[in-house]
Design a protein around this ligand. Structure first.
Ligand SMILES: NC(=O)c1ccc[n+]([C@@H]2O[C@H](COP(=O)([O-])OP(=O)(O)OC[C@H]3O[C@@H](n4cnc5c(N)ncnc54)[C@H](O)[C@@H]3O)[C@@H](O)[C@H]2O)c1
Length: 354
């Protein structure tokens, strides 16, 4: 098992990591512990938790509907009321177990309840293992606008155990792979498209890819926890990706976070070619690769103004100016270059023809 330190948060990665949670109720002499589990996958997740952590079976269990459409402040009010009724206070540690939506919602719920109670994340999807459970960002959406209400609050620990991946549908696996590939493209100058395909098709390389993504994220967040500068590069693909997710939410259409980010990466690489000289041939190969594995996000010309409006409400936008992350090359990122609206429009108009 590997351990990565993200300031005061220890991230344990590998088979058996979830068993470390069994000690939590024993270690906490003056603290209580509760479990917050996502409702949707509870029948898959809880038997594994109960089997690996018998001491947790006796702890109070709360459920949360944690689909993307539930990721709103209003969904947390009944949970906070229940916690209040049950006497949950700052001596209580919350164990969040579920996918990225649950980690974001549970982390946010804990980080503002009584001005902040401690929590531990046990991510159960590849995407939440690779990204959402680590780095200390918690959030809910505001209607369709993604993650605009949230806190910077690190969990005490993150326990990443591949045992949960055994039940993960292929679509969700692909979603997590998009974030893992994103991390290589932004942080690894030697990463080629051949290597991308190799990593993608070989599950044997998954643990290395996961460890590398977590180490990189911990390294970057240590430099800039509150995303004042360098941490912004982790949002490569997210300016367009979040706009696609917002449009999908509005249409009540299902799209995974990773799919949206993959389409966003294609658009931001196109902009990188236009604005920073990212190699044209490489852009075409990357875009064909994304299309092969993630297809295309369908939208009409009439929806382009809506997509641009979503980008302007993105957290990274300043005074209506949009700052997608641009890559002059793999392993190099620019995050301070505002992109004129005409180029956003050009990119979205060209996207179906990439
Ligand atoms: N805070 C951050 O830094 C950060 C980073 C990246 C993404 N995110 C957020 O993460 C969310 C996406 O997370 P996600 O992709 O995990 O989606 P998700 O939480 O919706 O989970 C995807 C699906 O997998 C199911 N599931 C969970 N565990 C399972 C298991 N072990 N077996 C089978 N099915 C299981 C869930 O019920 C759900 O249907 C987005 O809301 C995104 O904004 C946050």
């Amino acid at each position: 098992m590997e351990c990565v330190h993200d300031q005061n948060c220890s991230i344990h990665i590998g088979e058996g990591a979830v068993s470390l949670a069994d000690d939590i109720p024993l270690r906490q002499e003056d603290r209580n512990c509760i479990i917050l589990c996502e409702e949707n996958a509870a029948d898959l997740i809880l038997p594994i938790l109960g089997d690996r952590c018998p001491n947790l079976r006796k702890q109070p269990l709360y459920y949360l509907n944690a689909r993307e459409q539930d990721k709103q402040v209003s969904s947390l009010i009944p949970l906070w009321k229940a916690w209040e009724t049950d006497g949950i206070d700052r001596r209580t540690l919350v164990i969040n177990i579920g996918g990225g939506v649950l980690c974001d919602m549970g982390g946010f719920a804990a980080s503002v309840f009584k001005r902040g109670i401690p929590f531990v994340n046990i991510p159960t999807t590849l995407l939440s293992m690779a990204d959402a459970s680590v780095g200390g960002k918690t959030a809910v959406n505001l209607d369709e606008t993604k993650n605009v209400i949230g806190t910077f609050s690190r969990p005490e620990a993150v326990l990443i155990d591949p045992v949960f991946l055994e039940t993960l549908p292929e679509k969700e696996f692909l979603s997590g792979m998009a974030e893992l590939i994103k991390m290589q493209w932004i942080a690894n100058p030697d990463f080629s498209i051949d290597r991308t395909e190799e990593c993608f098709s070989s599950r044997a390389m998954l643990s290395d890819l996961l460890l590398s993504a977590i180490e990189q994220k911990a390294r970057i967040t240590a430099m800039d926890f509150k995303e004042g500068n360098i941490r912004k590069i982790l949002n490569f693909g997210h300016t367009f990706g979040h706009a696609f997710e917002a449009l999908a939410l509005k249409r009540k259409q299902k799209i995974t976070h990773g799919e949206a980010i993959a389409h966003g990466m294609t658009c931001e690489l196109y902009l990188s070619w236009l604005m920073t000289g990212f190699d044209r041939g490489k852009f075409e190969t990357c875009s064909a690769w994304i299309r092969k594995h993630y297809g295309i996000f369908q939208f009409s010309r009439h929806e382009i103004p809506d997509l641009i409006a979503y980008m302007k409400t993105d957290k990274k936008s300043i005074e209506g100016k949009v700052y997608p992350i641009l890559l002059p090359a793999f392993g190099q990122c620019r995050f301070t270059q505002a992109v004129p609206e005409s180029l956003l429009e050009k990119t979205l108009s060209a996207y179906p023809f990439f």
